[in-house]
Design a protein around this ligand. Structure first.
Ligand code: CTP
Ligand code: CA
Length: 225
């Protein structure tokens, strides 16, 4: 089969991929999340595995089948993902953070189901830790760190700001409002942003986009092991 016969150009590389949404509980029956399907991260994990990498996939809850032959680490919350990722980040050659991590979680989680009452209600939220920012601040020499960036406006400027602020080597930016891009579908329209370049990929399948992203990382890391 063609997939299996692909070149093993990532052989010997340890790659950590995060994927999917996180869920932040409000009470035992409700949570805050986002529209991430996990498809982009899973496509990266699968493509990297087929190209010979040693892949760990830290995944939030998704409805899709995980790829075979990857080390799957299922997580639920942003805190779980932070712990899973930071406990193995030092030994990775490449980290690709495609997960849509909640920026806020309920400050207090009710032990019992919250009952409805008359009038409005509000939920107090507190910030989660920024996993990618932590990774950028603690990046071992030679490690390649790639973030994702989801925006609805000023995509390139806002995404480049994340590249700098989080000390990344690359950001894969996408505009959720562009036709064929974003969370749920099988296609994406990515712009790969590095310190020097902006590479606008056309509308592609998520597997195709994953391949181009890995190609670029391979070129940028050539020579460093
Ligand atoms: N990210 C993370 N931990 C968080 C929030 C985000 O690791 N608590 C990572 C995501 O996995 C993604 C990148 O940061 O790779 C950018 O996420 P995004 O939501 O686009 O940007 P933020 O930095 O969270 O800023 P904002 O949501 O305000 O645009
Ligand atoms: Ca965010």
């Amino acid at each position: 089969e063609r997939e299996i016969a692909c070149e093993k150009d990532l052989k010997g590389k340890k790659i950590l991929v995060t994927a999917g949404p996180t869920q932040e509980a409000i009470d035992p029956v409700r949570y805050i999340t986002n529209h991430s399907s996990g498809k982009m991260g899973y496509a990266i994990a699968k493509t990297a595995m087929l190209r010979g990498a040693d892949v760990t996939l830290v995944s939030g809850c998704t409805a899709i089948e995980p790829p075979m032959f990857v080390n799957l680490v299922p997580v639920v919350t942003a805190k779980d993902m932070y712990e899973a990722v930071t406990s193995i980040s030092n030994e990775q050659d490449i980290i690709i953070k495609a997960a849509a991590v909640a920026d806020y979680r309920p400050a207090n989680v009710s032990d019992e189901k919250v009952k409805k009452r008359e009038g409005q209600m509000s939920i107090e939220l507190e910030r989660t830790d920024d996993i990618l920012k932590y990774l950028g601040e603690h990046k071992p020499t030679g490690q390649f760190l790639c973030g994702f960036s989801m925006e609805t406006q000023n995509v390139i400027e806002n995404s480049r700001a994340k590249l700098v602020k989080k000390n990344l080597d690359m950001v894969a930016a996408n505009n959720v409002k562009v036709e064929g891009a974003g969370f749920q579908g099988d296609t994406n329209v990515l712009t790969l942003i590095t310190r020097e370049e902006e590479i606008s990929l056309p509308l592609m399948t998520k597997e195709g986009a994953a391949g181009r992203l890995l190609d670029k990382i391979l070129v940028m890391t050539a020579g460093s092991k």
